[in-house]
Design a protein around this ligand. Structure first.
Ligand code: FAD
Length: 877
């Protein structure tokens, strides 16, 4: 018998023979010698009849509407949901037997609370599927055990984080309790609570059984007509170019036949990269080893909740009358060469790496010190650069969908993600806001960069249990994309944030506290310069560009050349896929990055830099679907963008630009080609901070010169550099929306207060119009509301919104507004009694915002609390 305490001692004195980094594959063995084949969970059900040589378990069809590749958690959930949503002729191909990759040995934990509203909803759906739906549909029990979950806090910050989750849980009806150390001891008598600050107890968390879940999913799917074919490895994906040159999926090849199909779903786990390569698609994930050990019986542990001790980076999962102990190490082991032959396999556990969890586990449950280890379970799992899954249609190949990269959460997220993936395949877009999981969140240069993928995935793995601090920035994989002003601003004390591979200015003051207040107030009272060069800058040009613009944009962007129009782009459900500015342009006579040559119509698009790939993919997909004769040209790297904002901006810029900047000559929302410090630039009178100001779009070779000229001219007027932290604060104060925060693909412009961007009074059809017309007729069922909090208390989003004593929503984005000197928060509210949410409904309520369990009175505003009459952007001070 080897006790956990011995493991710690032996490793500490270096007697533990480490398996080293040359990992050997093996089935059911253990370095300690205590693990026997018998003791590894689930092997009896899954190992029997295992043979890839037997050939497919069913004959292959000649064609299929959808082929899902991989029979793990994700593949099974996806085929189940596709079948349930009525898709016929769906086939799942599994190389070996169901669950044989990672899924068979999962710990299967499901925690309901996460710091994201979308993830809370995804988890709730998985829980419904495994605890209720499947049993009702098949009469089979999935093996779901509801033993509860307990999050451990060893310090105040951690408990604050849990309290934040608790407040969000109230919005979704998820029961949770913050417990004192004494209450925790009463609930979990084996626990050491001496060093506890508190805990969060979620009684309806639990554990999923991988074999039971996947078998039942497969049974339910096949009952609805889907086919599950095991022992059938996919060996190739046929891709053809259509007459517009777009790559599309055509067929799936196996050694047993070819299936013609327009749609392939890559649910191949750690093998997803190899499967992607078959289709010419980059899948940015790495395979790493992830492990837990299973203890011998522990008297009195039965029925205890599962435990996550984030500060010790360890989890304790109840397994009958024993515990499984696992966690996330700072030095994980990569699986460098992912073997095709690996099925129902495990690795030798490297105790040097794993040992850190044992110490944490013994500290939390001291009885473990005298408890034997029954088995070790160390298997492969895929991890991604931001620790979020990879989903959606690949930008490279139409019809090739991803459902992989699950970062050790593929069981609990499987149901929610399977449903969204099915929706995505059927309707072209998911139902929820899945941008955080969408493959299009990464720029195409990054998904092909192995070093970036590896370094960033490593950091994300190591930080998995870290407190999610607002404004945290990654350390790994930085400086992938730098704009023309990077070095110049670095010398002036710029502290950078990373978005989409770009380094963008966060704030200026590397050695002191972040001077956000100073940057904001200088912008409001004098002027500030923002380097927004990381913006995506595209030209939409060609004979049918006008037709494309009419269909893509909610606003009429062609009504008046010379204007720059703020508009949205929608999906067919009326959800906002993007907000951006569009300027109609004329063909250049002297071709340059500012003045491209083209036939027909032309538009210059400026979109937030972090979401440029998403915009690019959305537009190209629509152009392909509509078969329009126009093209999208990316000049993001060719042009910089310098924004000068504030009451003194006109006076200062008048010295730098060769144009008349008066309201009459250069009104708000217009653009012109002008000279700045002798260089040709496109100047736009726009603001994202609520001040009079101009954006200068400058060829990259001239950026430094133009910037220096602006700084020189502004020196006597108190000009300051400012970064995106200031933009966040200034823009929320003015009520400007941030895409993917207060404006998402599951929000419509009518709900978000952006009806003014929609040409509903015209007869021009546009994507999403029908959905908006229906919504306009019936009234919106939720509405974005601005709140200010009288008490000075920081808020960051996810706070619960109470109206007249009932929860009616949660905050999406919050920040401090320095000009009004208040915390400002935006969130959507619904009517708890059902029915539309009118402005009267908004105005008539009494509101409280709940932050970390405490409530604060809040005032609802139907207009921006700062400059509600929009005077400042028009130059009226
Ligand atoms: C130790 C450990 C503990 C974990 N604990 C938890 C937990 O508590 N909670 C949780 O939610 N998640 C947990 N996870 C993660 C979870 O188990 C995984 O995220 C999930 O199982 C991944 O499922 P998948 O379907 O993406 O991949 P897999 O299960 O690996 O399925 C992929 C399938 O694709 C097949 N395949 C590959 N290539 C081909 C091909 N060419 N043709 C046909 N088939 C192919 C493979 O054979 C495999 O069966 C844990 C993981 C590990 C390693």
């Amino acid at each position: 018998m080897s006790y956990l305490s011995n493991v710690v001692r032996r490793a500490a004195s270096r007697q533990m023979p480490a398996s080293g980094r040359n990992v050997r594959l093996r089935c059911f063995s253990s370095e300690l010698g205590q693990t026997t084949e018998k003791s590894v969970p689930y092997h009896k059900t899954l190992k029997e009849e295992r043979s890839q040589d037997k050939g497919p378990t069913r004959p292959l069809p000649k064609s299929a509407n959808v082929v899902v590749v991989g029979g793990g958690s994700l593949g099974c959930q996806t085929i189940y949901h596709l079948a349930k949503m009525g898709v016929s002729n769906v086939v799942l191909l599994e190389r070996d037997r169901l669950t044989s990759g990672t899924t068979w040995h999962t710990a299967g934990l499901l925690w309901q609370l996460r710091p994201s509203d979308v993830e809370v909803e995804l988890l709730a759906h998985t829980r419904n599927v495994v605890s209720k739906d499947l049993e009702e549909e098949t009469g089979l029990h999935t093996g779901w055990i509801q033993n509860g979950g307990l999050f451990i806090a060893s310090n105040k910050q951690r408990l604050d984080e849990y309290k934040r989750l608790m407040s969000l849980g109230k919005v979704y009806g998820i029961e949770s309790y913050v417990l004192s150390p004494a209450e925790t001891k009463e609930l979990y008598p084996h626990m050491n609570v001496d060093d506890l600050y508190g805990t969060l107890y979620v009684p309806k968390d639990g554990t999923m059984d991988p074999a039971g879940t996947c078998t039942t999913l497969s049974r339910a799917a096949t009952t609805r007509g889907a086919s599950v074919i095991e022992n059938c490895p996919v060996t190739g994906i046929q891709v053809t170019a259509d007459d517009l040159g777009m790559q599309r999926v055509a067929a799936v090849e196996t050694n047993y036949g070819t299936i013609q199909t327009p749609c392939v779903v890559n649910c191949a786990g750690v093998w997803a990269r190899a499967l992607g390569q078959m289709a010419g698609v980059n899948v940015p994930l790495v395979a790493m080893q992830h492990a837990y050990v299973v203890t011998e019986r522990i008297e009195g542990i039965q029925n205890m909740p599962n435990v996550r001790d984030h500060d010790a980076s360890v989890y304790l999962r109840l397994q009958g009358d024993a515990l499984s102990v696992g966690g996330y190490e700072s030095n994980p082991i990569f699986w460098e060469e992912v073997s095709e032959k690996f099925a129902f396999g495990l690795f030798d556990l490297d105790w040097d790496v794993f040992m850190q969890h044992i110490e944490g586990a013994i500290n939390r449950v001291p009885v473990l010190e005298k408890t034997g280890i029954k088995s070790t379970v160390c298997g492969p799992e895929s991890f991604t650069p931001d620790h979020k899954p990879l989903m959606g249609e690949a930008p490279e190949v139409r019809g090739f969908f991803l459902g992989c990269g699950f970062n050790s959460a593929g069981m609990m997220l499987g149901g929610g993600c399977g449903k969204e993936l099915a929706h995505w395949i059927i309707h072209g877009r998911p139902e929820k806001d899945m941008y955080g999981y969408d493959i299009r969140r990464f720029h195409r240069s990054l998904t092909a960069n192995n070093r970036w993928i590896r370094e960033r995935s490593h950091e994300s793995y190591a930080k998995n249990y870290s407190v999610v601090f607002p404004y945290d920035e990654p350390l790994a994989g930085r400086n992938m994309r730098r704009d023309p002003l990077h070095e110049e601003l670095l010398q002036q004390g710029c502290v950078y944030q990373e978005r989409h591979g770009w380094e963008r200015p966060g704030w200026f003051n590397p050695r002191g506290a972040a001077p956000i207040k100073n940057e904001c107030l200088t912008c409001r009272n004098a002027l500030a310069v923002f380097d927004m060069s990381y913006f995506g800058k595209f030209y939409l040009v060609g004979p049918e560009a006008r037709k494309a613009a009419d269909w893509l944009f909610t606003a009429d962007v062609s009504k008046s050349p010379g204007l720059t129009i703020y508009t949205c782009m929608l999906n067919k459900h009326g959800g906002v896929e993007s907000d951006l500015t569009v300027s109609q342009i004329s063909p250049g006579t002297q071709v340059s990055s500012l003045t491209p040559a083209f036939e027909g119509d032309g538009y210059y698009l400026a979109v937030g830099g972090a979401v440029a790939q998403h915009n690019w993919s959305h537009i190209t997909t629509v152009l392909q679907d509509m078969r329009l004769q126009c093209k999208l040209v990316d000049c993001s790297e060719e042009l910089g963008m310098i924004s000068i904002q504030g009451p003194a901006s006109r006076m200062v810029l008048q010295e730098v630009l060769d144009a008349d900047l008066s309201n009459e000559a250069f009104p708000f929302s217009s653009h012109k080609l002008v000279k700045a410090a002798g260089c040709m630039v496109r100047a736009m009178r726009l603001s994202f901070v609520g001040e009079m100001g101009w954006e200068l779009h400058v060829p990259k070779q001239d950026c430094v010169r133009v910037y220096q000229a602006v700084m020189k001219a502004g020196a006597g007027h108190g000009i300051t550099n400012a970064g995106y932290r200031a933009i966040d604060s200034l823009s929320i104060e003015k009520g400007y929306r941030h895409w993917h925060a207060d404006l998402r693909p599951d929000d419509t412009p009518l709900e978000a207060g952006l009806a003014f961007t929609c040409k509903l009074k015209s007869s021009i059809p546009f994507l999403g119009r029908k959905a908006l017309e229906i919504q306009k007729a019936t009234g919106v069922l939720r509405r974005l509301v601005c709140f200010t909090i009288d008490e000075t208390v920081p808020m960051f989003g996810l706070e619960a919104i109470w109206r007249n004593g009932k929860v009616v929503g949660h905050i999406r984005r919050a920040d401090f507004g320095f000009a009004i000197n208040k915390t400002i928060a935006y969130g959507y509210i619904w009517n708890p009694d059902g029915g539309p949410v009118s402005l009267e409904f908004v105005k008539s309520g009494e509101y409280m915002l709940e932050r970390m369990g405490a409530t604060y009175p809040a005032t609802a505003h139907t207009k921006s609390p700062f400059d509600p009459e929009n005077k400042r952007v028009k130059g009226i001070y």
